[in-house]
Design a protein around this ligand. Structure first.
Ligand SMILES: Cc1cc2nc3c(=O)[nH]c(=O)nc-3n(C[C@H](O)[C@H](O)[C@H](O)COP(=O)(O)OP(=O)(O)OC[C@H]3O[C@@H](n4cnc5c(N)ncnc54)[C@H](O)[C@@H]3O)c2cc1C
Length: 381
């Protein structure tokens, strides 16, 4: 057993660390404040090959492994959680379904653009009445001759307002009410009948757009079907397994940013004539962060490694996502505490970390749903 990244993995991590520190970190607070989408740095992620990092060279990507993919998510999140999520919505949620379930024509048509950043993707599963119970979705895709006619609405779709391509999940079997009747489609967002609704006002992750989407008699050619009819739920869940590795790595990155800021502040800030870092109460908080960040990193790396080995990784991905997101929530709260009153102001970045992390306990399957997945593996039910 080796606890060592390969030369290629280290090179990816170091390159992204440098890029994120130089180009993303300086603009993160501004985009958060202005709730603006960071199109320039999003496009730069494409130029650097990050947005389709696991796409094989034959389809225009660098063909990196999933350990590298996860390291990218961590490094981006250290600089800015929103960038890590924009990356994930493209490199994982949009690329993944095409790479794993697309036919040759679909791969050739979409993967080069998604990899280079020429097009951005989104993944539209959630609806107002179907969140954790995703199989109960009600958007319909009615077959009419050689076409499908789509009607319905989605909500909370990351990148929804800026995407060129939408991986859409809709019900093709109107008689069914459960997961079996769901199919997946690749939709050009310029298609007539595709409408973007409001960008949600959120607690955090302000630089990442989260939109409603509406479909009004939207006509799709039969070539838009991804995989087979009725295979949509399987595609959606397989995609979320990898998304959970990304969410775990992103959480680890946010916690690391909170930790590094806290160590620096604790050494600098003096009360009672000495740095607050000399107090055991502060040291223990930092020690707990140090241990749990390392544990989270090992969990997500194990899940990514299993995926690279083509071994089952659903259980490992859920473990990593659950632990890392809850760990990072706690770490960011402690980071604000260590910063005292300053931590509660926008002069310091830790309040942003605390706001940004909360959603990692909710999207890609809530903590409760992760416990459900893990418990199923534990008790075999
Ligand atoms: C910023 C943001 C970005 C998002 N991005 C996307 C995206 O790109 N694409 C997409 O499709 N969706 C996206 N989502 C949606 C997200 O995945 C859902 O919000 C999430 O899955 C939870 O669904 P819900 O909000 O409907 O909550 P609900 O499912 O209504 O859950 C409410 C509460 O009940 C609990 N609960 C539900 N069922 C059970 C159960 N069986 N056992 C125990 N507890 C249960 C939940 O854990 C939660 O605590 C995003 C959401 C946000 C806020």
């Amino acid at each position: 057993m080796q606890f060592q990244l390969t030369e290629d993995q280290r090179a990816v991590r170091d390159m992204v660390r440098e890029f994120a520190a130089k180009e993303i970190a300086p603009v993160a607070a501004k985009h958060d404040r202005e709730h603006s989408f960071p199109m320039a740095t999003a496009k730069r992620m494409g130029e650097l090959g990050l947005l389709g990092i696991t796409v094989p060279e034959q389809y225009g990507g660098p063909g990196a492994d999933y350990v590298s993919f996860a390291l990218v998510a961590e490094e981006l999140a250290v600089a800015d959680a929103s960038h890590s999520v924009i990356f994930g919505a493209n490199a994982s949620l949009s690329v993944g379904p095409i790479l794993n379930f697309g036919n040759e024509a679909q791969k050739q048509r979409y993967l080069p653009g998604l990899s280079s950043g020429a097009i951005l993707g989104c993944y539209a599963l959630t609806e107002s009445q179907s969140g954790s119970d995703a199989g109960s979705l009600t958007t319909t895709a009615r077959k009419e001759g050689e076409h499908y006619v789509v009607n319905g609405a989605k909500q909370f779709i990351t990148n929804g307002g800026v995407a060129d391509l939408c991986v859409l999940f809709a019900r093709t079997d109107s008689a069914s009410k459960d997961a079996k009747g769901v199919s997946a489609f690749l939709v050009d967002t310029k298609t007539k009948g595709f409408k973007v609704g409001r960008n949600e006002h959120k607690l955090g992750l302000n630089a990442s757009y989260t939109n409603q989407l509406f479909f009004e008699d939207m006509v799709l050619p039969k070539e838009a079907l991804l995989g087979r009819e009725g295979e949509g739920f399987k595609i959606a869940m397989a995609t979320l397994d990898t998304g959970r590795i990304m969410a775990a790595a992103g959480s680890t990155g946010i916690a690391r940013a909170a930790f590094e800021a806290s160590v620096a502040y604790a050494k600098e800030r003096k009360q009672f004539g000495r740095p607050i870092a000399t107090n055991q109460a502060i040291q223990w908080k930092l020690a707990d962060m140090d241990v749990t960040i390392e544990a989270a990193r090992n969990l997500y790396l194990k899940a990514a490694w299993l995926r690279d080995q083509k071994q089952p990784y659903t259980h490992a991905a859920s473990r990593a996502k659950l632990f890392a997101s809850e760990m990072a929530m706690k770490a960011t709260i402690e980071a604000v505490q260590i910063h005292g009153g300053n931590g509660y102001t926008k002069d310091y970045p830790v309040e942003r970390y605390m706001r940004d992390i909360k959603i990692f306990e909710i999207f890609e399957g809530t903590s409760e749903i992760q416990r459900l997945v893990i418990a199923r593996h534990v008790v075999g039910a």
